[in-house]
Design a protein around this ligand. Sequence first.
Ligand code: SF4
Length: 393
Amino acid sequence: MEVSPVQLLIFQPTPFCNLNCTYCYLPDRQDKRVMDVDIVRTTVQRLKDEQLVEPEVSIIWHAGEPTVVRRERYAEYFSAIKEVLGDDHEIVHHFQTNGTLIDDKWCHFIKEHNIAVGVSIDGPDYIHDRSRKSWGGRGTLDKTLRGIAALHRHSVEFHTISVIGEPSLDYAKEIYEFLVSLKPCLLAFNVEEQEGIHETSSLTNRSDRVERFFQELYEVAREHAFDPPVREFENACGSIATGGGSEFNTQIFPYRILTVSVDGLFATFSPELLGMTSKAYGSLEIGNIKTDSLRAALRSPKYEQLFSAIYSGVKRCEKTCEYFEVCGGGAPANKLFETGSFDVAETRFCEQSVKIPVRIVLKDLETTLAGRGKAFPGFRPGEKVRRLGPWDF
Ligand code: SF4
């Protein structure tokens, strides 16, 4: 198979996180190791030498909390990347952060390096503090709001990502209005997933309520003329407008996403696979950047095993699912963590995070086409879009 350049490079600069959110899927959040600069340098050198890098490169620093790593270390990472790639590449760095450590110094750094920022925040205190806790068990909303206030003081634009769990389901309007009052540039909602060490989701068997939540969210977002945009409805609109099946699915082709761990292990397909093992496939990384060529890793038995199971799962989707054209075969990580296999089609995740938003937008479009409403402002037929994942915006 022809391998196209990496669209999204994700570095996990440390497994450590200063918070202990109840739904987190990451296993080693008290491990304080920090990525060596050589791992970053070797990764981009391999990408360049193996012609797997685009003129524009998006790099996400994520999992655990990126701001527990010192700014000086990031300055070293960034200059190593610049040294290797030179001025021919436009590099955009992204931080997905819990916001609790963001202060004036971080804001200066973020502005200096033009870092795109996403803040994880679930809603008002009676939602956020139930799940997003410190290691001592206390709620963390006040600290996250302090971080957001610092971002505003320095005019740093940010988006929000909110996890929707069972406690959120009756509060769509309250969550929306709370988040909008923080003036983010975009809202994103991740349904609570059964993933990694988080082996059950509070949304299991609750798809009806999830649908009501998203419907209410849609209504209130429409009252605000979808300003700020809501990622789930933008994604749904883009997918309906373009179709395209698996072509836009970043998680089912090699190296559309490349994820590198603190010690140089690398994985492709869904970022959540890195560092995990499964009964069916063993460990899910396909090499170590210190010793393995990226292209050679695609000829390894491990890669072959993963790809053939993922491909077979996508083919099942294509045969059985009427949403295939707008979904493209789903997220391998969710298939694996929910069922133990990549070689399946429907999951709870795809019902709640793909089908429900698509149904809601389609219903609205049908009303519009019947002349009974106003078109969804995000609907742009024919425009080519990249479907956005739970880790980005
Ligand atoms: S919605 Fe689910 S079953 Fe349908 S194509 Fe996507 S992942 Fe497959």
